[in-house]
Design a protein around this ligand. Structure first.
Ligand code: HEC
Length: 122
């Protein structure tokens, strides 16, 4: 099986551990300077964070551009040539540094929370 197929299966098994996402917790993760780091590259409608990135598309309105399925894929599948990090499980990924192997940035619940927040950005 190709690595991406493995990654997709791993992502399904992994998400099955989590309860339904909570958009408020997801917003806090997106705003976080310690964990999500989304605002390093993206802007988002999070007014209290003054410093926002302009290296990546503004996340405002992202849910009208991408379906829930596309949002999930964008968060968990690597895309060649993109600096957008992978936030799902690392199984099936190649060239993952020793220190980061089997240590996803978000746990399964945090990923669901962030997805719930992104889906609210219409
Ligand atoms: C190191 C920079 C970087 C970080 C950190 C980062 N992203 Fe991205 N992201 C990108 C880039 C560049 C793109 C556009 C290219 C692509 O889609 O791969 C992107 C694309 C996306 C897209 C698709 C947007 C669209 O309009 O198509 C979503 C959704 C997204 N990122 C969410 C997030 C979230 C949520 C976080 C934090 C948990 C995050 N990103 C962290 C760089 C980053």
């Amino acid at each position: 099986m190709k690595p991406l197929g493995v990654a997709l299966l791993a992502a399904c098994a992994w998400s099955a551990q989590a309860a339904e996402g909570d958009a408020a917790r997801g917003r806090a993760l997106v705003a976080s300077r310690e964990q999500g780091l989304c605002l390093l590259c993206h802007a988002a409608p999070i007014a209290e964070q003054r410093q926002q990135g302009n290296l990546a598309p503004d996340l405002a309105g992202v849910a009208s551009r991408l379906t829930p399925q596309q949002l999930r894929q964008r968060m968990t599948e690597p895309r060649a040539g993109s600096m957008m990090p992978v936030f799902g499980p690392t199984a099936g990924l190649q060239h993952v540094g020793e220190r980061w192997r089997d240590k996803p940035i978000f746990d399964a619940q945090q990923l669901e929370d962030v997805l719930a927040y992104l889906q609210s950005l219409k």
